[in-house]
Design a protein. Structure first.
Length: 23
């Protein structure tokens, strides 16, 4: 189930790009 990990990392990455203030 590595695809789930990739999706999770991608979501976090997008959130970090959208809101750099959020850790």
């Amino acid at each position: 189930m590595k695809h789930w990990m990739l999706i999770l990392v991608t979501c976090i990455w997008i959130i970090k790009r959208s809101r750099p203030n959020v850790i």
